[in-house]
Design a protein around this ligand. Structure first.
Ligand SMILES: Nc1ncnc2c1ncn2[C@@H]1O[C@H](COP(=O)(O)OP(=O)(O)O)[C@@H](O)[C@H]1O
Ligand SMILES: [Mg+2]
Length: 257
């Protein structure tokens, strides 16, 4: 589905506080099948923008359409259906304690299961074969029957990515997937995600801390700062000046630059 954001403003409402803008007048078009990386210092609005695209957060101003549909002008039920056609992978995957990895992975297919099958899935996990092969791509197949709360941070993060691969969604919104991974695992994880997204024609929007990964592996890179888009360029056009300006006052955050 194409994504179209028109002058989106987003604001978190907190009691007793000024409501600072997390996003200011963001306009953005993403075509079906594109791969985009979003970079920028902490607090620049990357996660908020992903949540807006995921129709998980309502903009305070501006309009958004996903595949031509405005998620905020349809019924809550229709919005739920729309959300099920995309997969949002938060930075820290919400994995219920005591759940087994296999159950967490098969849960990615809940949108296509009926109620009976999804309840059955809690006791007798479905798609165990697919789950096994998906885990294997992240060197985790031996953890198929492990409890998620027994995994290390890096393993949990890779389970989150395996969940993304298990879903049949055509839009993947992935938030900082490499934060708990060492360089070798990062490289492997990013390759698997990109390769699989390309093979399936999935639209991929990923926020990244690793500037080098963004500019090397993604054709289009968006630089965010202070809730605004500072640049939106083909990665081949991004130079050191762009990056220095983007991370001005946040130089300590650029680890690979
Ligand atoms: N749940 C929240 N409540 C209030 N403010 C928030 C919340 N989440 C994020 N913010 C604020 O919104 C801004 C953008 O945050 P975020 O989108 O998480 O940035 P990034 O992902 O680039 O680090 C920041 O100023 C942050 O403090
Ligand atoms: Mg974030």
């Amino acid at each position: 589905m194409d994504i179209d954001l028109n002058r989106i403003t987003a604001q978190y409402v907190a009691w007793g506080q000024d409501h600072a803008f997390a996003l200011r007048e963001i306009s953005l078009k993403v075509r079906f099948g594109e791969h985009i990386a979003m970079i920028g210092p902490s607090g620049s609005g990357k996660t908020t923008l992903l949540q807006i695209i995921a129709a998980a957060m309502r903009p305070s101003n501006g309009s958004i359409t996903l595949g031509g549909i405005n998620p905020w002008s349809i019924s809550a039920h229709a919005r739920l259906k729309l959300r099920q056609s995309l997969f949002y992978a938060p930075q820290i995957p919400p994995l219920p304690p005591r759940q087994r990895v296999v159950t967490a992975l098969s849960a990615s297919r809940l949108p296509e299961m009926g109620i009976g099958q999804s309840l059955f899935n809690l006791v007798y996990p479905q798609y165990t074969k697919d789950a096994f092969h998906t885990l294997a791509r992240f060197d985790l197949s031996e953890k198929l029957w492990s409890r998620v709360d027994r995994l290390s941070g890096g393993e949990r993060q890779r389970v989150g990515l395996a969940k993304t691969l298990m879903s049949h969604a055509k839009l993947w919104l992935v938030d900082e997937p490499l934060s708990a991974l060492d360089p070798k695992r990062s490289r492997q994880a990013i390759q698997v995600l990109i390769e699989e997204a390309r093979r399936r024609g999935v639209t991929l929007v990923m926020t990244l801390h690793q500037v080098d990964v963004a500019t090397r592996d993604f054709p289009r890179v968006i630089g965010m700062q202070g809730g605004e888009i500072q640049f939106d360029l083909p990665s081949t056009e991004i130079n050191d000046d762009h990056l220095r300006r983007l991370y001005a006052q946040n130089e300590h955050e650029i680890s690979h630059f």
